[in-house]
Design a binder for this molecule. Structure first.
Ligand code: PGA
Length: 251
């Protein structure tokens, strides 16, 4: 089954509001009319409203980098699904390795966030991926299996179909060290197998799996040509509109 490619930019903790607006304008200028690839940008929370106004009317969609699973209340510093919806967010990155490493994200909190996002009618981008140590010690598949099954626990098939998974080997994020095409596709096929075991092959065949980790214009074409790589979650290269567009439309 043909899966439409999906390229999302994760701006992480970069850009002031003015910088975010300028970058969003540049992305819209280049990618705003692209129709054969889904494109999203995920600025910091504080810039969501301003960037939402910039992307409105274009094909560039808006995403957030995280969310809290509770609806409202005494959760200082947190942002709810309803707040994200109110500024036009469609996608939410959940379980990024930086959240797992620095901010106590676990497979359980990922699952709570996925459920909250789906209940709100938003679209999760669920990040999974092994550390270098886990790869070296042969635990890569069991780790990614646990992360994948943990994220989808209790999620209906209809909801699962609206999820995107991002395979981001932690050792490749921001390091310039990219997974080889074989390493990436092997894990993407493995993740699809996990989804198939939870649902069925049709569902697994429909869920998009992005690769993330030092994806750049010069390696994007080879990665995106792989049978099971359906797009990219882009960090560093998403901070320059030319580079980001070079991944949306690699030469
Ligand atoms: P990178 O980050 O492209 O800078 O490696 C990817 C990510 O963390 O989403």
């Amino acid at each position: 089954m043909a899966r439409k490619k999906f390229i999302a930019g994760n701006w992480k903790m970069n850009t002031t509001i003015d910088e975010a607006v300028a970058l969003a304008k540049a992305v819209v200028e280049k990618a705003g009319q692209v129709a054969d690839v889904d494109v999203a940008i995920c600025p910091p929370f504080i810039s969501l409203k301003a960037v939402s106004d910039v992307v409105k009317g274009s094909n560039v969609k808006l995403g957030a980098q995280d969310v809290h699973w509770e609806a409202k209340g005494a959760f200082t510093g947190k942002i709810s699904c309803a707040m994200l919806k109110s500024v036009g967010v469609q996608y939410v990155i959940i379980g990024h390795s930086e959240q797992r490493t620095y901010f106590h994200e676990t497979n359980e909190t990922v699952n709570k966030k996925v459920k909250a996002v789906l209940a709100a009618g938003l679209l999760p981008i669920i990040c999974v991926g092994e550390t270098l140590d886990e790869r070296k010690t042969g635990k890569l598949f069991s780790v990614v299996e646990g992360q994948t099954k943990g994220a989808f626990a209790g999620i209906s098939k209809a909801d699962a179909l609206t999820c995107t998974v991002a395979y981001e080997p932690v050792w490749a994020i921001g390091t310039g060290e990219v997974a080889t095409p074989d390493q990436a596709n092997e894990m993407h096929i493995f993740i699809r197998k996990q989804i198939s075991s939870l649902y069925d092959t049709d569902t697994a065949g429909a869920v998009r799996i992005q690769y993330g980790g030092s994806m750049k214009p010069d390696n994007a074409k080879a990665l995106l040509a792989l049978s099971d790589v359906d797009g990219g979650l882009i960090g560093g290269a998403a901070l320059k509109a030319d580079d980001f567009f070079g991944i949306v439309k690699p030469k």
